[in-house]
Design a protein around this ligand. Sequence first.
Ligand code: 4NP
Length: 151
Amino acid sequence: MSVKILMVCLGNICRSPLAEGIMRSKLTKDFVVDSAGTGSWHAGELPDKRSISTAKNRGLDITNQRARQFKKSDFDIFDHIFVMDNSNYKDVLALAPNEEAKSKVKLILNELFPGENVDVPDPYYGGQDGFENVFDMLDQACEEIARKLKL
Ligand code: 4NP
């Protein structure tokens, strides 16, 4: 059975679509990669234009993605749930039905800085630079996740 990975942020239009695209590009088809937002405001929308252009500049097309809200049943489907910041962590954990579900949820930058609980900054209200910075962080974190999963 394939390993299933879910990337989660607030809106599912800026950070987690980048994380989904980057993660998928580093894994084979044996893995399932998806993303979701804790909020529902942007459900059905394409990723933010700045995420699309940042990904395109790095050779990734993320225009197949559409935003959706994280739901409780995601705990049944996914093996690993990587959240972008401490606020997402709190919101996702609040929906976890049991300890096993809670243990699936991890802050993505703890893959690079174990135990430091560093946030991927929300680039929504900033400029293109913020998106490039987020891409670089997520690229390194996903590289580490891929390395561990392929061991
Ligand atoms: P994301 O960024 O969580 O990385 O997708 C945001 C997108 C939209 C909003 C906030 C953050 N918003 O408030 O609409």
